[in-house]
Design a protein around this ligand. Structure first.
Ligand code: GLN
Length: 320
């Protein structure tokens, strides 16, 4: 039986030895220039212990992991009425796909594909200036992570804006269906800036604690969302958090998870751990290759899969 500190160290060592690390995202220079040899891991457990390995304190572009926090913010503003404008089903398509929007009258399948995240940004904009809405999201994330040093990388934000033609198309298309209330450039401004938030694995794992703790900010801390809302966000992460690879992630890891093209993944073992892993090389679905492999190893070693028996100690399953 290994303890978590040992598991974290062993997994990081194992990942360091791998040579096939996937391909970094190349659509914007600031991501294309990230060193693919980096790997970071942080596990925060329900008792508040923090375990780290590798480049766990190195900030990276959280990209679509931000969609979890933006969704939480939007649900706080409009509650379940959000579900009139965005669905809750896996899309089975890549993160930036447009194909379903025409057939489904501009209602995106879920809040984690880009189209759905744009609707969420539109909700969070709520008639304000984009910088007010993004400031609110940044403050929320800093509060969750208990860390005021978290920043938006303006170089990434500008690059997103300059190259985001698909996102611009998605926003305009949904506007044509009446599913954006603001002008597309304003909504897109919020979305591009949330993608450009930079966080380390440590900061991300800390920020994810409310999803492990049934909605509490920290062990014994104030409530951020209801237990039901935390459970539902976890359900969406499990079913939609990895786009068209969500089924495979559930099969291999069995935990709610949200990935980003910066190579970060936030995974939640409800009641047990908030896990952030980062390695910039991506697989063919745009999810971190080593990040996914590391989470698979962690789930195996801890038995934390949501599909496991209640026993879920730290012992290895007898056989698989
Ligand atoms: N900025 C990226 C985009 O909008 C985010 C996508 C992602 O992380 N999957 O295309």
């Amino acid at each position: 039986m290994a303890d978590i500190a040992t598991i974290v160290r062993d997994v990081a060592d194992e990942m360091a030895a791998l040579t096939d690390r996937g391909e970094v995202a190349t659509y914007i220079p600031p991501l294309a220039h990230v060193d693919p040899r980096q790997f970071g891991l942080c596990i925060v457990t329900a008792d508040g212990a923090v375990h780290m390995a590798g480049e766990a304190e190195e900030p990276f572009s959280i990209q679509s992991v931000s969609k979890v926090f933006a969704l939480t913010q939007a649900l706080g503003k409009v509650g379940d009425t959000l579900w009139r404008r965005v669905g809750r089903e896996p899309s089975g398509t890549p993160f930036n796909s447009i194909v379903q929007l025409e057939r489904e009258q501009g209602i995106p399948r879920n809040p984690f594909i880009n189209a759905g995240a744009l609707v969420v940004s539109d909700v969070n904009l709520a008639g304000h200036e984009p910088r007010v809405a993004i400031g609110e999201l940044l403050r929320f994330i800093r509060y969750l992570a208990e860390d005021d040093t978290i920043l938006i990388d303006e170089i990434v934000a500008r690059a997103e804006q300059e190259t985001g033609f698909r996102n611009i198309a998605l926003a305009n298309y949904m506007k044509a269906f009446g599913n954006l209330t603001h002008s597309p450039p304003l909504t897109l401004g919020v979305y591009f800036h949330q993608c450009a938030i930079a966080m380390s694995c440590r900061q991300l794992a800390m920020a994810g604690r409310y999803l492990m703790l049934g909605g509490l900010h920290s062990p014994g801390g104030p409530r951020v969302v209801s237990a039901q809302r935390a459970r539902r966000i976890n359900a969406l992460m499990l079913t939609c958090g990895h786009y068209d690879a969500s089924g495979d992630f559930a099969f291999r890891v069995g935990l709610p998870g949200k990935s980003g093209v910066g190579g970060g993944i936030l995974a939640i073992a409800p009641g047990r751990a908030s896990i952030a892993v980062w390695s910039p090389g991506l697989n063919e679905n745009g999810n971190s290759k080593l990040g996914t492999a590391a989470l698979e190893r962690i789930a195996e070693a801890t038995g934390w899969s949501v599909f496991s028996q209640a026993e879920q100690g730290l012992s290895r399953p007898a056989s698989s």
